[in-house]
Design a protein around this ligand. Structure first.
Ligand code: KG4
Ligand code: ZN
Length: 348
């Protein structure tokens, strides 16, 4: 199986800007793959006290940091704006007030430099994070091959897509209630673990028994949809029962058992969908793809080659936007200065 891209695309260096939620990020990527710089200013500490992202605080913080983040991305890459070919920016989905900050920055830069402006879907960005590798790499890692079955699991989305070529998506299904990351965040709160819940659960689970509590696996047979609310309720009920019995919560076992149930459902459904849709490979992306147990589960199965972004590119970043933006730019997309934010914007 070769690793040649299906179309020969022109070279291009793209500045990506991302501000859809609580990370202000800028990055420069060459030819959609080579990471020249990536800067992420996280607001996690600001939002932790609210137990989740506070939208107005997020947009105000983006305004404060975005100029410095973009400057730093250029400095790290030892490049000037005149060395770039395009500016890509997250257009949606995300928080309206946050998206507008990145969009305005990108528009200002495009206006001042005459560089083309390209709007990118944040979910598409997560998928393209798997194309990116560091400039220092000895050799390029293999490029994902189409048709590709993509499991996208983040704080706001959980979906299965069949990707038949660059920028060609067919949504097979998604969550009927909570996104996988949202379930991690909510269950962490139930267990008294800090925000964001994913990394906290992973840490607690590392010392817990995944078989301690047989939590339900909602497989929703004959559909590619997910549901995590039943699992969340099962954890809640168990916590209430243990508390009413005056027992100390076995947080590590609860975290490990919850994580095992999520991983089991995500792995099983993705493999089934890949088989059914004759996918060549699997790609797992989005914040939850940083989860060690999920990565191990996918990497240890033998049915399909799997691509998972490097850890720093799983959660929100701008390299993924620069990469997706490159493919859009190379395939001819140009957006105008009146491009508006799209807080709700399905991938397909
Ligand atoms: O992709 P992302 O950074 O933002 C969205 O687009 O939503 O995903 C954030 C989500 C959060 O819900 C967070 O708890 C989850 O990803 N997450 C994890 C891990 N790291 C981040 N979930 C499980 N295990 C992790 N290690
Ligand atoms: Zn994201």
């Amino acid at each position: 199986m070769g690793n040649k891209p299906e179309t020969i695309l022109p070279p291009g260096r793209v500045l990506g800007i991302e501000s859809s939620c609580d990370e202000t990020a800028a990055a420069i990527v060459e030819n959609g793959r080579v990471l020249l710089s990536s800067v992420v200013a996280s607001q996690i500490d600001l939002h932790a006290r609210y137990g989740g992202v506070f939208p107005e605080v997020a947009s105000r913080q983006h305004i404060k940091t975005i100029q410095a983040v973009v400057d730093q991305a250029l400095q790290q890459a030892h490049l000037r704006l005149s060395d770039l070919d395009a500016i890509a920016v997250t257009r949606g989905p995300g928080l309206a007030g946050s998206l507008v900050v990145g969009l305005n920055m990108a528009k200002g830069l495009a206006l001042a430099t005459g560089l083309p402006l390209v709007g990118v879907n944040h979910l598409e960005g997560h998928i393209y994070s798997a194309w990116v590798y560091p400039a220092e790499a000895a050799a390029p890692p293999p490029e994902p091959q189409f048709p590709l079955l993509v499991l996208l699991v983040s704080g706001g989305h959980s979906e299965l897509n069949l990707v038949t070529g660059h920028l060609k998506y067919k949504r097979l299904g998604g969550t009927l209630d909570d996104a996988a990351g949202e379930a991690f965040d909510k269950v962490a709160r139930l267990l008294g673990l800090p925000y964001p819940g994913g990394p906290s659960i992973q840490k607690a689970a590392a010392e817990g028994d995944p078989k301690a509590f047989p939590f339900p696996r909602a497989r929703l047979d004959n559909s590619w949809n997910f549901s995590f609310s039943g699992l969340k309720t099962a954890v809640l009920r168990t916590v209430r029962t243990l508390e009413s019995e005056g027992r100390t919560l076995p947080v590590k076992d609860l975290a490990a058992s919850f994580q095992a149930a999520v991983v089991d459902v995500l792995l099983t459904k993705t493999l089934q969908a890949a088989q059914m849709h004759h996918a060549r490979q699997i790609l797992v992306a989005g914040g939850v793809s940083a989860n060690r147990a999920l990565r191990d589960a996918f990497l240890s199965q033998k049915d399909f080659p799997v691509h998972i972004p490097s850890l720093s590119l799983c959660t929100d970043n701008a390299a993924m936007i620069a990469s997706a933006g490159y493919f859009r730019f190379a395939l001819g997309q140009r957006d105008s200065l009146d491009m508006d934010a799209m807080p709700t914007w399905p991938l397909s």
